[in-house]
Design a protein around this ligand. Structure first.
Ligand SMILES: [Zn+2]
Length: 153
């Protein structure tokens, strides 16, 4: 449950909304299909069969949608190409794209102390405003050491 909450915290709210709308629509379409194909005497049986099948299918596709939303938001906070990774996750068969994403993903990117934009961990300076970034491992090192490291790159 804790893991699920962390997962849903990362997935954008709009994607969550669309996923639930999608489940509702799939269920309704299933009910309508069941109603149309039913004999006038026995409506309940095809109604529950079609409705149930559509609900399961809708939930499976909604989970897939949520996972794509997760990849999008997670790639973004890791300063990776989010659109590209969503396409990789969506188009590779048998969830290989998701596997590839989790193997290849970078550590979570830091935010600039000055302007708040995402700065990847190997960057010494913010590419948006140019402020020097303090590194997690070398916060105690003198500033000149950081500057010479930055210049040598
Ligand atoms: Zn900045």
């Amino acid at each position: 449950m804790k893991l699920l909450r962390r997962f849903l915290n990362i997935v954008p709210k709009t994607v969550q909304l669309w996923a639930s709308v999608f489940v509702g629509c799939a269920f309704l379409v299933g009910l309508v299909l069941g109603y149309k194909t039913a004999d006038p005497g026995a409506v309940l049986r095809p109604l529950s069969a079609y409705g149930g099948a559509a609900l399961v299918l809708g939930i499976v596709l909604a989970i897939w949608l949520l996972c794509l939303g997760f990849v999008f938001a997670d790639a973004r906070r890791r300063d990776m190409r989010s659109i590209l990774w969503v396409l990789v996750a969506a188009l590779f068969p048998h969830l290989l794209g998701f596997l590839l994403y989790f193997v290849m993903r970078h550590p979570i990117a830091a935010t600039c102390t000055h302007c708040g934009m995402t700065v990847s961990n190997h960057q010494r300076f913010c590419s948006w405003c140019g402020t020097a970034q303090s590194l997690p491992n070398s916060t105690k090192a003198p500033l000149t050491a950081n500057l010479s490291q930055g210049a040598s790159q």
